[in-house]
Design a protein. Structure first.
Length: 158
């Protein structure tokens, strides 16, 4: 992430991919979302999903990890070039989170972030608010996760 003034609307950032394995789906669900279609393949087969499906929170948590890793790599590259790195965060929240299709064991999601809007913070002039459209698509190119993220980003000029 760049300083607020250097961020361009429409800029897309690939965040990476993740393959959801059955054991991982069940382990996450046992800890955080213990519903039968997330923790038991036999029970899941009898549900509307027809098989073991990852928790939507699991798909979102993978997005969070990939986004943090992507930002850390970008900031490290900036430091290695001798550039000043902006302060980023926290996020005041998400909007319109949608889990559009189930994610089954063996599915690979590819995540992408697109700058949708930005505005200076009304209450903190040293910060701007950056709004991103976050997406996760499966191996067939079908959108399965989508939401709007908002994050504070340091401004060069207050």
């Amino acid at each position: 992430m760049h300083f607020f003034e250097d961020i361009d609307i429409g800029e897309k950032t690939p965040l990476g991919s993740h393959t959801f394995l059955a054991e991982e789906i069940m382990a996450f669900a046992r800890a955080w979302d213990p519903q039968p279609f997330h923790v038991d393949p036999v029970a899941a087969a009898r549900t509307h999903f027809g098989g073991l499906a990852a928790s939507g929170w699991h798909t979102a948590s993978i997005w969070a990890r990939l986004r943090a890793e992507t930002m850390a790599r970008a900031h490290q590259a900036m430091r290695s070039r001798g550039e000043r790195v902006p302060r980023v965060g926290p996020s005041p929240g998400f909007k319109d989170m949608k889990w559009l299709k189930p994610v089954f064991a063996g599915d690979t999601l590819t995540y992408e972030s697109e700058i949708a809007a930005k505005k200076p913070s009304a209450s903190r002039p040293e910060w701007g608010l950056v709004f991103t459209q976050e997406r996760g698509s499966n191996q067939y190119g079908r959108l399965v996760l989508e939401f709007t993220n908002c994050v504070f980003v340091e401004r060069l000029e207050a």
